[in-house]
Design a protein around this ligand. Structure first.
Ligand SMILES: NC(=O)c1ccc[n+]([C@@H]2O[C@H](COP(=O)([O-])OP(=O)(O)OC[C@H]3O[C@@H](n4cnc5c(N)ncnc54)[C@H](O)[C@@H]3O)[C@@H](O)[C@H]2O)c1
Length: 256
């Protein structure tokens, strides 16, 4: 393959990245922009989002909550001002309560599903018709390994990510005829502020859970955001033209 093809996979392409202020979404946005994509970047953290946007040529930063339809409408309007979108990465997400399901409050459940599930759906609802009108596109949602197997430490999160996996696969089956591919990545433990937040939230359980996570992982380590980004960009790219509906673990072999 020519070097130009490797470094400029998204020249002329327009897209939306949610959760672009931090961690996986930020790194994906930076890498997509470095390869030519022009992006609308959405996050509720305006200050950090501006920093991402400043490093992404041509990007528009949009402070907003992915669970609010009105905010997603603003993202869609920003995309319409740029041109037809063909790329979507939904990385905005939250962990929610690290307690057994029976101890989760209604408010916690509703907020978790609003951000992780409804937020993903709202982004799809905004982008899919626009991609279809433009002749196609590629979607990568960020689910989790906890969306593929049950997680005893954060079971409500696990349920929400399971929904993201099957939402994405449903898109894959129902929009292929429009030239749209939809895949989801299922990271294991990746070194981001969210992962550090998990251990903070676990308090005196943190050391034991961290040791358990490491012991169960054949690689013996946690992943780096760049290791997720590489897979996200491949799935978005034309090199993945016949890959649709995959739920790809990126976890050092944890689910092997
Ligand atoms: N880090 C991991 O170990 C890991 C593992 C599996 C899956 N994931 C998933 O990857 C995605 C990114 O996580 P991360 O680790 O990069 O975390 P992160 O906390 O570094 O980044 C998440 C970003 O989403 C934003 N966000 C949260 N709620 C939002 C909302 N309602 N509206 C708009 N923006 C919102 C945050 O402000 C933040 O910038 C999440 O969906 C997470 O569930 C992370």
């Amino acid at each position: 393959m020519q070097e130009a093809e490797l470094t400029e996979r998204f020249t002329g392409r327009i897209g939306l990245v949610t959760g672009a202020a931090s961690g996986i979404g930020r790194d994906a946005a930076l890498a997509m922009a470095a390869e030519g994509a022009r992006l609308v970047l959405m996050d509720r953290d305006a200050t950090a989002l501006e920093a991402t946007a400043a490093a992404c040529p041509g990007a528009v930063a949009l402070e907003g909550d992915v669970s609010a339809a009105a905010d997603m409408d603003r993202a869609a309007a920003a995309l319409d001002a740029m041109g037809p979108p063909s790329l979507l990465v939904t990385a905005a997400g939250m962990l929610g309560p690290t307690r057994p399901l029976a101890e989760v409050t209604e408010e916690e459940w509703d907020r978790l599903f609003a951000v992780n599930v409804k937020g993903t759906w709202l982004a799809l609802r905004a982008l899919l018709p626009r991609m279809a009108r433009a002749g196609g596109g590629a979607v990568v949602t960020i689910a989790s390994g906890s969306g593929l197997i049950g997680n005893a430490v954060f079971p409500a999160y696990s349920a929400s990510k399971g929904a993201v996996v099957l939402m994405t696969r449903s898109v894959a089956t129902s929009h292929a005829a429009e030239g749209i591919r939809a895949n989801t990545v299922c990271p294991g433990q990746i070194e981001t502020p969210m992962l550090r937040g998990v251990f903070q939230q676990l308090g005196d359980r943190a050391a034991g859970v961290e040791a358990m996570f490491r012991a169960r992982n054949p690689s013996g380590r946690f992943g780096e955001v760049a290791e997720v980004t590489q897979a996200v960009l491949f799935l978005l790219s034309d090199a993945a033209s016949y890959i649709n509906g995959v739920a790809l673990p990126i976890d050092g072999g944890r689910l092997a």
